[in-house]
Unconditional design. Structure first.
Length: 421
């Protein structure tokens, strides 16, 4: 049947109506006239597939990735960059309207300078002698040879590692491959169900790559968690060392680091523009402390709170290495530690995990003069903001395209306490 796409769904699907019912059509674009087949008919929506595009949106572009229509990693490669940015801006605006019932201005999404090869970390799954990513909405592995959104050196390393592992006797013991590549420095982690000797892999990798380190991670969990269990250093470099905003820091195979440095730097520059040099800033959920350290070079003083021990230790090392006397890293639960700090703080920066901060955390910070909230999950973000909007004005909402070609977007919300006078 023929239909016209008039909108986009949360996951980038085209939206049309069939017999008055909302129908989602993946890989279709707004204003396209298409021929579809219904795949799934639920009470409140339907799912369809494109059979034929009759009228093509001029912003449709051929996907670069040969696995695009099977892989679950990217959703938007059929849109050009301009359309992707517009979609993400509108996604944030619609989510805020739906959850908060607020019409507010959302700034245009800040673009990444690189549409492809922007990711500095790749995590690949191994199952049933296949190595790659999970197919869309399944637990089945799509065997791949490259990933266009990964750094070119990650793809080279992946090819080399895949070739090596398929010739070993222990491929069935491998769960995941983790690769980091930043500034010609490389870390590889092989996640194993049980301990195996992988020294020959390092010998193979080090012949072709300088400044490379190899780890093995013994993880016998049955769930999808990748980095867990015993971490064993095999050989080579232990860390990647970087300098950014005058701060020197190191990343190991398990620590968190933004996968897109180009957008990370744009985001951090924006945050630096927002904070006042005379303010005391709290970086909640501060991780390994990079943002805290960068802020310490501008503002009066910074507190960082982090519950995870290894991340706190990394933050303390970063502080020592950069002589940041106005930075205090606090190890512990945010909900307990904040009570001792709240009267000192001018600005709080919240950059929680994908699930958000929780009602308890948001209620705890009510009263601070200024909030800068950063999130990769618009729904969780809006649920958190709902707890404070009666006391705060939204000054700015700016999305950042941290994840081009996917529906994911990083969003910064700047709030200031209302004047009660």
């Amino acid at each position: 049947m023929e239909t016209k796409i008039f909108d986009y769904g949360m996951n980038g699907e085209g939206v049309c109506k069939i017999n008055g019912k909302i129908t989602l059509v993946p890989y279709s674009l707004k204003d396209e006239l298409i021929e579809i087949d219904i795949l799934l008919d639920k009470n409140n929506y339907s799912l369809a597939k494109v059979n034929k595009i009759i009228t093509t949106n001029p912003h449709r572009t051929p996907p670069v990735c040969p696995y695009f229509y099977s892989c679950g990693g990217c959703q938007l490669q059929h849109m050009d960059c301009k359309s992707q940015l517009e979609f993400k801006t509108l996604l944030i605006k619609k989510t805020i309207k739906k959850i908060l019932n607020v019409d507010c201005n959302v700034s245009p999404t800040i673009p990444c300078d690189f549409q492809y090869n922007y990711r500095n970390k790749g995590t690949f799954a191994v199952k049933d002698n296949k190595i790659g990513y999970f197919k869309h909405s399944t637990n089945e592995i799509l065997d791949i040879n490259l990933c266009p959104i990964q750094d070119e050196d990650i793809n080279k390393l992946f090819s080399l590692i895949k070739s090596h592992l398929t010739k070993t006797s222990y491929l069935d013991k491998v769960k995941n491959i983790v690769i980091r590549a930043i500034n010609n420095q490389y870390l590889v982690g092989i996640v194993l169900k049980e301990d195996k000797n992988i020294d020959s892999l390092y010998a193979n990798l080090s012949e072709k790559f300088n400044n490379i380190g190899l780890y093995k991670i013994i993880n016998n969990r049955k769930d999808s968690v990748v980095i867990s269990g015993k971490v064993v250093f095999v050989d080579g470099i232990r860390e990647i060392t970087l300098t950014n905003y005058g701060i020197t820091y190191s990343i190991d195979i398990i620590g968190f680091h933004q996968t897109n440095i180009n957008i990370q730097n744009k985001l951090y520059s924006h945050i630096l523009d927002l904070v006042n040099k005379d303010n005391i800033v709290l970086n909640a959920f501060s991780g390994a402390g990079l943002l805290s350290a960068i802020l310490a070079n501008k503002v009066k003083s910074v507190f960082g709170i982090e519950i995870e021990t290894s991340s706190h230790n990394s933050a303390e090392r970063l502080k020592r290495d950069n002589n940041l006397n106005n930075l205090t890293n606090i190890h512990g639960d945010f909900y307990k530690k904040y009570k001792d700090l709240h009267k000192k703080i001018d600005t709080i920066i919240l950059d929680p995990a994908k699930r958000g901060c929780s009602k308890e955390a948001m209620k705890l910070i009510r009263g601070v003069k200024e909030i800068i909230y950063i999130s990769c999950n618009p729904i969780a973000m809006c649920k958190d903001l709902r707890e404070v909007l009666d006391l705060y004005d939204i000054v700015e909402i700016t999305p950042f395209d941290m994840f081009p070609n996917t529906v994911n977007v990083e969003t910064l919300v700047h709030l200031k306490r209302k004047n009660r006078d």
